[in-house]
Design a binder for this molecule. Structure first.
Ligand code: AVJ
Length: 322
């Protein structure tokens, strides 16, 4: 096999069809809602990178702290020959993990999985420069439609970092963990990043930063719809809203119409009406507690063997086995 292969399980027209379907259903129901994956066009991915460097957005730094501190332990516990990374993006934090696994001479395959092809090829190029012996098999895929992983050498370590699991609702999470469990054989493991419940002020500030980067990121979904579906949303006609739902223990991002408005979406032959103050939910980002994470994983047949947090206890990384 060549050191780099890229497989698309997600044809470009499937993405377009999924966006049309999500917009058609999400903007005609009450309350209005869109899935967060549509934030991430080139501009959205850039804005997210900017978010990870904001003083208020602690999850990326907290998780990096844990990975740097524990990479050697993770490598020793798993001895992984294959690292599969779901939602790999730019693979920035994974590099520490890859270096630790490579230092033990165990790792020979890296399988980054992401919806963004440009993120995958860019990350693979720089990784291969540092680890020429590594076989990289990048997968352009949306893992919410199942994980069609290539056959690679065991043991396999499946990493799902960044707290992205929090974008899924409890039912979607249990389906996701079941799909992960089905991919794991004895000796394999799951490395999961989860943001933790903490004081409301810290949480809300992380999703409503002073510089307005998260607001721009949130409104970018309207720009994506304008471009892909020839719609005429005015992003400035909406306010960015971030709120903590204490009962569900998740952050919600919404776009609130400043006044009554109508947006036309010709590609769907649709006119979407917003009342003044009406909100469109664009993301949930669930926060977790240790017993809850362990229970959800156990329900899928995964036993959590390690639970690590950063010094301040803001974020957790856990290792689980079938
Ligand atoms: C990439 C899903 C982990 O939920 O914190 C950041 C996305 N949204 N700021 C998160 C996000 C607003 C992020 N995840």
């Amino acid at each position: 096999m060549s050191p780099f292969a890229l497989t698309r399980t997600l044809p470009a027209d499937a993405t377009a069809a999924a966006l049309r379907a999500d917009v058609a259903t999400g903007l005609t129901r009450t309350p209005k809602e869109l899935p967060p994956k549509w934030f991430y066009d080139a501009r959205g991915s850039e804005l997210f990178d900017e978010i990870t460097r904001l003083p208020e957005y602690y999850p990326t730094r907290a998780e990096r702290e844990i990975i740097v501190a524990r990479a050697g332990e993770i490598a020793a516990a798993t001895g992984a020959r294959t690292l599969v990374e779901l939602g790999s993006g730019s693979s920035e934090k994974t590099r520490h993990l890859i270096s630790a696994l490579a230092a033990r001479n165990s790792l020979d395959h890296y399988v980054p999985v992401d919806v963004s092809e440009s993120a995958l090829t860019g990350a693979a190029e720089s990784l291969l420069a540092d680890h020429p012996a590594l076989t990289v098999h990048a997968l352009v895929a949306d893992f919410q439609y199942g994980l069609h992983l290539p056959a690679t050498p065991a043991p396999r370590l499946l990493a799902f970092l960044g707290g992205t699991i929090g974008n899924l609702r409890p039912k979607e999470r249990s389906a996701f963990f079941a799909a992960v469990r089905a991919e794991l054989a004895p000796g394999d493991a799951l490395l999961l990043g989860t943001d933790l419940v903490k004081d409301e002020r810290t949480l809300v500030r992380a999703y409503d930063d002073a510089a307005g980067v998260t607001a721009a990121f949130n409104k970018n979904v309207l720009t994506v719809i304008n471009r892909e579906l020839e719609a005429d949303f005015d992003p400035d006609a909406f306010d960015h809203v971030a709120l903590w739902d204490a009962r569900e223990e998740w952050i919600e991002m919404r776009l609130r119409a400043r006044g009554a408005l109508v947006a036309k979406i010709p590609a769907l032959d649709l006119a979407v009406h917003f009342a003044a103050g009406e909100e469109l939910r664009t993301e949930i980002s669930a926060k977790f507690r240790e017993p809850g994470v362990r229970a959800e994983l156990a329900a899928a047949g995964l036993e959590t063997t390690h639970w690590w947090t950063d010094e301040e206890g803001r974020f957790a990384l856990s290792l689980s086995v079938p």
